[in-house]
Design a protein around this ligand. Structure first.
Ligand code: 3AM
Length: 177
C-alpha cells in the first residue's frame, strides 16, 4: 500500500479552496475530494508494516487545534513551478503534531524525512504554466485567508493512481484530544 498521513479538510474549506480554481493555463486543479494537508508521505509499505505504522500512530497523543489556511505559493523543480498551493498561518500546534508523527513513524522503522515540513494544501499541479499568468494569479489571490477550522483528528490515507486523479482512501482516523 502507498501510504501518507494527512489532515482531511472539512467540506466548507474544500468548497472555499475550489473557488480558487481557474485562471492558470496548464494547471490541473485538485478536485475537492482530494484536498488534504499532508503531514508525512510514507510511500509503499507491505501490509504488516502498515499495521505497525497504524499502531504507532494510534498510540500518539496530541491536542486538537484551530487551523487557518492563508496565502498562495508555488513549489518548483529548479526554476520550473510544478505545484500551486494554499499556505497555512503560523501554527505551533500543527508543527507539534507533525513532529510527533515523525517520531512515531521513525520508531515504527520508517526512514526519516529529510525535507523540512512546509505545511500546504496543493491546489493544482502545473505543466508549463506561463510565468506571467502564474505570477498574476498568485498576486491576485495572495490575500486569500479562509475561516479557521478546528482540527480534531488526523488520517492515514492510502493512495492509488487513477486515470485523471489519484484516489485517496482514508484508512484510519486518529482522534486528537
Ligand atoms: O500533499 P501534496 O499534494 O503536496 O505529491 C504527493 C502529495 O503531496 C506527495 O504526497 C502527497 C500525498 O500523495 N508525494 C507523492 N510521492 C512522494 C514522494 N516520493 C510524495 N512526497 C514525497 N516523496
Amino acid at each position: 500500500m502507498r501510504l501518507f498521513v494527512a489532515l482531511d479538510l472539512p467540506w466548507e474549506l474544500r468548497e472555499r479552496l475550489t473557488m480558487l480554481a481557474g485562471g492558470v493555463p496548464g494547471a490541473r486543479w485538485v478536485p475537492p475530494e482530494n484536498h488534504h494537508l499532508t503531514l508525512r508521505f510514507i510511500g509503499e509499505m507491505p501490509k504488516h508494516r502498515a499495521e505497525e505504522i497504524d499502531e504507532a500512530l494510534a498510540a500518539l497523543r496530541a491536542p486538537g487545534f484551530p487551523l487557518t489556511l492563508a496565502g498562495i505559493g508555488t513549489f518548483g523543480k529548479g526554476s520550473k513551478p510544478v505545484s500551486l498551493w494554499a499556505g497555512v498561518e503560523r501554527n505551533p500546534a500543527l508543527e507539534h503534531l507533525q513532529s510527533k508523527i515523525e517520531t512515531a513513524l521513525q520508531r515504527a522503522g520508517v526512514e526519516p524525512e529529510r525535507r523540512r515540513f512546509a505545511p500546504h494544501v496543493t491546489l493544482a499541479r502545473l505543466d508549463n504554466a506561463p510565468e506571467a499568468k502564474l505570477a498574476a494569479y498568485v498576486q491576485a489571490h495572495n490575500l486569500f485567508r479562509a475561516q479557521p477550522v478546528q482540527v480534531e483528528h488526523f488520517t492515514l490515507f492510502s493512495s492509488r493512481l487513477g486515470k485523471e486523479q489519484p484516489v485517496y482512501t482514508p484508512e484510519v482516523e486518529y482522534e486528537l484530544t
